[in-house]
Each structure stands twice: as structure tokens, then as C-alpha cells.
Design a protein around this ligand. Sequence first.
Ligand code: NAD
Length: 296
Amino acid sequence: MAAVGFIGLGNMGGPMALNLVKAGHQLTVFDLSDKAVDTLVKEGAKKAGKAGDVVKDAEIVITMLPAGPHVESVYLGSDGLLANAKKGTLFIDSSTIDVPTARKVIAEAEEKGMEMVDAPVSGGVGGAQAGTLTFMVGGEAASFKRAKPLLDVMGKNVFHAGAAGNGQVAKVCNNMLLGISMIGTCEAFLLGEKLGLDAETLFNISSTASGQCWSMTSYCPVPGPVPASPANNDYKPGFTAGMMLKDLRLAQDAAETAHAPTPLGAQAAQLYGLLEASGHEGIDFSGIIKLLRGEL
Ligand code: NAD
């Protein structure tokens, strides 16, 4: 069993770290929230006084932080991870961040004689709790091989997406498509409703026909057809509209840098931006149907 450090014990990182503890790994943890740390300590993890202390005994360190600036400051600060870690330490950053920051931090880690992969996830809080996340990993093949046994504990599908940063590329492409497909699904159900077709019937037909997609079959934006979807629970997340907006904005930044036309991705970012502007970024992302209905 490996000595593992874990930084960022929020909605995702908390349950991911817990699954590693349950699998018998020795965890040293740090978060700005004492409450989040205490929860893990109660389960058998060791508490570190600051981020830099996590690396002292760890062979592998996982980070699960909100965004690029947090990752940069935790890794590159004068008292950060790279300044304190031993050569050969493997870092796994599972945060969803912009591609340039991911590549910059990995390059600096490798320059200092450490290994690092970007390994963002899909699957949400439910997947983190159940240990069924999908990991999209960018980095050297040898680092991927070293990271995989731990990722297998926290996830069900672990993909090597290629060179450093490619995990973030896969994530941003996937989530741009998810945002677009959710809006398309909402439009289809609203159109059906206005034309007199009930949601259950449209679902039964479309979920087995060519309009089928994950937004429809797992997160159906109208109550009824998929009992576990947030639409049946007043659009409580799930995956918040704010998180979706973050990912759509990352996709737009990446598209601009790469000179890739993404007109529907841009439109999706604008629509989720309207949801945020109306103060509803905390609802599930399928709640965009309320905006299209004119209810917000
Ligand atoms: P969260 O806000 O619940 O957790 C982030 C944690 O990081 C918090 O506990 C915070 O205290 C801690 N933190 C922030 N700065 C820190 C620092 N400098 N040092 C130590 N700890 C620090 O966020 P989350 O929902 O767990 O998401 C984490 C990442 O996973 C994000 O990048 C998000 O985009 C991505 N993600 C989230 C979901 C989801 O459904 N929530 C799904 C897929 C990916």
C-alpha cells in the first residue's frame, strides 16, 4: 500500500480520499477547511499542517482543487508542493483546469525530477462516492502506469489520453459536448410539449432512436422519464450549472487559443452565463430548461 498525500477534500476530493483510506492506503491530507480535514482524520487519515507538509512522506500526491489559479499556487508557491517534494514523487492533479496551466505545472514538476499527470474526472459526486469515476489522464506512459492502481480505486474507467495536458483536453471537449447536448435535449422536450407530445412518450421513442444521448437517458431535464434525474428533485444538483459554465468557459478559452470554431459551444456558454446572471448557478445544469421555458 502506498503512502499517499491528498489536497483538496471538497465535494469530489473528500469521497475520493475516503475510498483510498478504505482500500488501505496511508493518507496524509490537507484542505483549507478544517471540517473537511477532520472528516478524513476520523476515518484514519493523517492531518498535515500545510500543503507543503503533505509531500514529506508521500510517494504519490493527489490534488483536487477548484481551478487553475489554485493549482498553480499550491504547486508553484515558494512553500508549495514542488519546492518541498522529494525527487521521484508522483503528482496526480485531478482538478478541472485550463490546458496551459496543466502543461506548465507538469513541465516544472518534471524539470525538478518529479513525475506528474493531469487526471481530471467525469462522473460527479455520485461517481466519487461510489468509486466509479472516469479518469482522463495526460502525461508520460510510465507515470500513467504508476498512477493507475490508485486511480482504479477511485474510478471505473481510466484512460491514457496522451501527452501532458491531454486529460484536460479530453475533459473540456467532453463537457462542451455535454452542455450542448443538454440544451438540445431541453429544446426537444419543450418543443414536444408545445406540440402536444407528452415527455414520457418522447423519451421512450427518442431514447431508443437517433436522438439518444446521456443528457436524456441519465439526466433527463423533465420530471418523470428518468426517476433519478435532478428534474425530479426540483433541479437540486447533481452537477451545478455553475460547474458547467466553468467548463464551457474553459472550452471557449481553449478554442480561441487553438483557433477552433465552436459556435454551439459559444452559444451554450452564453446560455449558462444567463443562468448565472439570474442567480441560479447553484441549480443542476439540466435546470437550463427553466431558462428556455421563460421561468427564470
Ligand atoms: P469543492 O469546492 O467542493 O472542493 C475544493 C476543495 O479545495 C475545497 O474543500 C477547498 O477548501 C479546497 N481548497 C481550495 N484551495 C485550496 C488550497 N490552496 N489548499 C488546500 N485546499 C484548497 O470542489 P469540487 O466539487 O470538489 O471540485 C473539485 C474539482 O473537480 C474542480 O476542478 C471541479 O471543476 C472538478 N469536478 C467537479 C465535479 C462535481 O460534480 N463537483 C465533477 C467533475 C469535476
